[in-house]
Design a protein around this ligand. Structure first.
Ligand SMILES: Cc1cc2nc3c(=O)[nH]c(=O)nc-3n(C[C@H](O)[C@H](O)[C@H](O)COP(=O)(O)OP(=O)(O)OC[C@H]3O[C@@H](n4cnc5c(N)ncnc54)[C@H](O)[C@@H]3O)c2cc1C
Ligand code: FES
Length: 323
């Protein structure tokens, strides 16, 4: 057992506990979202350089050097004196410029953030409902767009997604983090075929990545498989069909796993349909986004289909209560 010194009090941390869990168990609420070391909302700082290196994975080297760490994946090896990360100079103000219903469950939220010029389509930001609660949303826009675009799916009883759907309106000011994540397009191999597979609002980063690749004159084939249980769960179908009609190397395949499959849709789960059409992924770059179980299975199957591990990019939309 180790001790955590936080805000002039001392808390016990059991051997199998993370800093986040130990503090939460003893009534100290630290903001968190994914609980998997992905979103960075639970960032804290240690007064000493005794941070386990696993708790700093994915943080910028400047943050690592200042002993910042992710509380949800930090298993202390010795006593630590910790504080909440001071986000005040890192959060960015944004204004809601547009809200559009994409289907029954998904809204597109447009955010104007003049301080944010430099990002990669497909990265994600953390959107703060207030100082204690934030959630990650992927960027469906490309940097040349006039505003950031998010696709937010409403989850039953979800605290942030329901607030976005029911309360957020054009003109509101919100706080967001700088974009993070490595699921984005790089123009280093313009002939390489790209395979993108997503479910639900997993289309958000994939939409950004496809647009970015096309903007950067990607010459290889780009296949986008978007899956849902029924046709109502898909969205931007007409826009994507239109894009495919105009770009000969872009192929869009909407997939339906339920029984009722209208014409012009493929029957089956997006992952199964994609792998049946492309059983050999040697030399391909693969992007997987959305439901965490789909992403985990797809990563394994893509690797077994001979995609190189470092050619597989993934964003699992981990949900706080379910992680
Ligand atoms: C890298 C990344 C990118 C993401 N990108 C997107 C995106 O582009 N679009 C998008 O829509 N989402 C995205 N997400 C998911 C998003 O961050 C949120 O997790 C999602 O919107 C739900 O947040 P919420 O506050 O509405 O739900 P929460 O309040 O966190 O609850 C989530 C669900 O868990 C249930 N729940 C809550 N607590 C418990 C509990 N204790 N036990 C059991 N169940 C519980 C709730 O009923 C609800 O259904 C992304 C996640 C990650 C990690
Ligand atoms: S990184 Fe800790 S909650 Fe997401």
């Amino acid at each position: 057992m180790t001790q955590l010194h936080f805000n002039d009090s001392t808390y016990q941390c059991e051997a199998n506990e993370t800093v986040l869990d130990a503090l939460a168990r003893q009534g100290v609420a630290i903001p968190f979202s994914c609980r998997n070391g992905v979103c960075q909302t639970c960032m804290m700082q240690s007064a000493d350089a005794n941070v386990p290196s696993a708790a700093q994975n994915g943080l910028k080297s400047t943050l690592q050097a200042q002993n910042y760490f992710l509380a949800c994946v930090c298993h202390p090896s010795e006593d630590m004196t910790v504080s909440l990360a001071d986000n005040t100079d890192r959060l960015l103000s944004a204004t809601v410029t547009a809200i559009r219903q994409l289907n029954d469950e998904v809204k597109c939220v447009g955010l104007d953030c003049p301080m944010l010029q430099d990002y990669r389509a497909g990265q994600f930001i953390n959107l703060y409902r207030d100082s204690g609660i934030a959630r990650s949303y992927s960027l469906a826009s490309v940097p040349t767009d006039s505003y950031l675009r998010l696709h937010v799916r409403r989850l039953p009883d979800g605290r942030v997604s329901n607030w976005i759907h029911d309360e957020l309106k054009v003109g509101d000011s919100v706080q967001i983090s700088a974009p993070v994540g490595s699921c984005f397009y790089l123009p280093n191999a313009p002939q390489q075929p790209l395979l993108l597979i997503g479910t639900g609002s997993g289309l958000a980063p994939l939409m950004g990545i496809v647009r970015d690749a096309l903007d950067q004159q990607h010459a290889g084939d780009i296949y986008l498989y978007h899956g849902s249980h029924d046709a109502a769960g898909l969205y931007l179908v007409d826009e994507l069909r239109e894009m495919a009609a105009h770009c000969s190397n872009f192929h869009y395949i909407p997939c339906i796993s339920g029984a009722d499959v209208p014409v012009q849709y493929q029957a089956g789960r997006a992952l199964d349909v994609a792998l049946a059409a492309h059983p050999n992924l040697a030399g391909w770059r693969v992007f997987l986004c959305g439901n965490p179980n789909m992403v985990k299975t797809a990563r394994k199957k893509a690797y077994l289909a001979k995609a190189a591990m470092n050619d597989i990019y993934a964003d699992a939309f981990l949900v706080a209560g379910v992680a």
